[in-house]
Structures are given as structure tokens and as C-alpha cells.
Write a protein that binds this ligand. Sequence first.
Ligand code: NAP
Ligand code: MG
Length: 406
Amino acid sequence: MDKIQMKTPLVEMDGDEMTRVIWQYIKEELLAPYIYLKTEYYDLGLKFRDETNDQVTVDAANANKKYGVAVKCATITANAARVTEYNLKEMWPSPNATIRALLDGTVFRAPIMVKGIVPYIPTWTKPITIARHAYGDIYKAVEMKCFKKGTAKLVFDGEDGSHEEMVVMNFTEPEGGILQGVHNRTTSIRSFARSCFNYALSTKQDLWFAAKDTISKTYDHTFKDIFQEIFDQEYKESFEDTGITYFYTLIDDAVARVIRSNGGFIWACKNYDGDVMSDMLATAFGSLAMMTSVLVSPDGCYEYEAAHGTVQRHYYAYLEGKETSTNSIATIFAWTGALRKRGELDNIPELMRFADRLEKACLDTVESGIMTKDLALITAMEKEKVHQVNTLEFIKAVRNRLDALL
Ligand code: NAP
Ligand code: MG
């Protein structure tokens, strides 16, 4: 097979710890032998973020906007311990948050399903993708403790001089109570809706959206109205042409339906619902190491990554020269997602086919019994058939399969 040529560069965002080690292995073993890799490289490793005062993160996000498609390695989100460990100038913000804010994107998380790793819900034969709105609600709330008698009000002073107020609660007991003020922005909800509709079209899956509009007649109802308005005006026809549907229901009804479903759809969630439900889904489908994540902006930029972090514990073992058995599948799928999207946008069918085969090679490897420890612990496969391997052995086994498929 001839090595595949690319047209537009892929924005490559390198990262930290064990996933940075895996990143290199994947490029050397699974990509470079088959593709003339054309990437624009940004080192989002914590050390270089610190050296550049985090400018590299902003540059990488802008490159993502310019070229459209990026692949990102997991990165450390700095905290007090990391400031000491890396002797940081500052506690730099989370790269994911920076990129998400610059792209105004929505995060889609989908499980990678493989025979032998059985979801806890046996009817889930197809993946369920969660689309989490990553702005506002309780994550940008202001809160107050008012442990006394008094009146709480919601007040809005318009820039045009208008004034609105309403009573939240008249506390008549001396113990008073607690208060929370939440908001969302119309433009952010619109972006969220468009990202969901675009992603549904691009993956040809039905879209579900749920909120609690019967109780929250203004706040949640506005989410419902904006989704419906944008759907009717901009997406109805293309959904019909693609043979997919948009479906709104109440959040509690959605939860009940999700459990009874066979999967195979996208579930759009408000921020908090998405936070809670994505961890439930990740666990129910088997393993955090088998979750992919893609950030999609309303104007059609994509950033692919694994849902897990930098697997710090394994990295420290690796540094001590101990054997590690870290699962690289989600990181490989971040690359294949990005390469396939690049192939689609640049019309390079060989690149899309390569992405399909590399994914198949990963799944075939696991289904043949060769797997890393995290999967060996939860597989339903007979113990004699399971062959637990280390980090690099797994990648080499995938390469063998890939060569056979090509
Ligand atoms: P983590 O890296 O996701 O790992 C937590 C644990 O989950 C690991 O110790 C391991 O369990 C298991 N695990 C996760 N991925 C695995 C894989 N690929 N193969 C095998 N096992 C896997 O979360 P963390 O340790 O809490 O966070 C480490 C760093 O990652 C933090 O600095 C955090 O800021 C960062 N982080 C980054 C992102 C991102 O860039 N998107 C997301 C989350 C966290 P065992 O130890 O039991 O084997
Ligand atoms: Mg959470």
C-alpha cells in the first residue's frame, strides 16, 4: 500500500504524562508508517504552557478555528499540587476550558463498544452519545446564605432604563434560607442547539433533547423553544433527507426512555444533566478508557480527544521503570476521528478508509483476547482466552491486525 497523502494540516495538540507517552507510540507505530502525516504541532504539555504563559493553548485553539480539525492529547489541569510539582509561574486555566470557550463548542462523548465488554444495561446494543452544554446554569451561579427573616428578589436593570423585579421568597422564619441566581445566554443556547443538530447530521443519528419545561416555564422552556425554532428554520429538511429525527421530551421521561432504549442516538443535555449523565453512561458502558470525546463548534470546527485524563498513576509507575498496562484505544480513536473528518472535508477517501480500519484493528485485537488490564478486569470473555498485555504490546498487537487488514 502507498503511504497516504494529506492536504490540509491537522492541528495536533500534544499533552502530558502517560497519554503523552502513548501519543508518541501511536504516531510511530500506527500512523507514520501509513500516512505522510501533515500536522501543525502545538505542545500543550504543562511545561511548555508555563514557558509560553499559556499562549500556546490560545494559539492551538485559533489554529483549530483556522483549519477546522484538531486532535488533542489529555493534559494536566493545574492545581496547587501541580504548581509545586512543575514549579509553575501561575495556576494556568484548564486547556479544555480555554479551547471550549474560544470555539464556543459543545462536547459530545460516546462509548467505544466492543464484544466481550458488556454494558450493564443489556439492551444497549448501540452507543449513546451525550451532548453536554458546557456553559451557564449552576456552573455560573451566584449564591447567598440568608439565615434571617427578609425578602429575596430577582431584579433586572435594562441598559435601556427598564426595570423588572419579582419576589423570590419572603422568609418569615428567623432561620431564613439559601438563594441561588442562575443564568444562561441566548447566544450560547443557540450555539449549543446548532452544534447538536450539526453533529446529528454528521453522524446520522437521531437527536433527543430534554429539559424540565413543565416546572421551569421560562428558563427551561426557553431552551426548548430555541431548539425547536432553530430546528424548524434551519435543519428540518436536512434531517428529513438524512432520515433522522429530532425529539424533545421531559428530562425524567428521557431518563426512563434511555434505559429502555437500544442506544444509537445523541442525547443533548443541559449542563448539570450532562455532567451527571455522562459519568453514569461511561460507567454503564464499561470503562472510562473506552470513551471518546469531541468538541464541536457551531460553525463546524472539531476537536477530538479521549474522555479520560493523563493517567498520572500509570505515568509515575512508568517513570520508575515499572511495567504499565494503559489502554490507548480512546486516544487512537481521537486520531481516527480527526483523520476521518479531515478525509471527509478534503475528499481523501483513502484517509477515511484508513481510519475505519485502524478502529477495526483495535476492536479485533480486544475481541481476540489481547487487551490491557482495565479491560481484562471487566471482560465477560473466558479467562483462558484473555491475554493481558502492557501498553506498548497492545499498540504493537493493533499494528499486526492493521497490517493484516490493509
Ligand atoms: P485519569 O487520568 O482519567 O485516570 C483515573 C484512573 O482511571 C486511572 O488511574 C486509571 O485507573 C483509570 N484510567 C483512566 N484512563 C485509563 C486508560 N487509558 N487506561 C487504563 N486505565 C485508565 O484521571 P486522574 O488521574 O484523575 O487525572 C490525571 C490528570 O488528568 C489530572 O491532572 C487531570 O487534570 C487531567 N485530566 C485531563 C483531562 C483532559 O485533558 N481531557 C480529563 C480529565 C483529567 P487505575 O489507576 O485504577 O488503573
Ligand atoms: Mg462529572
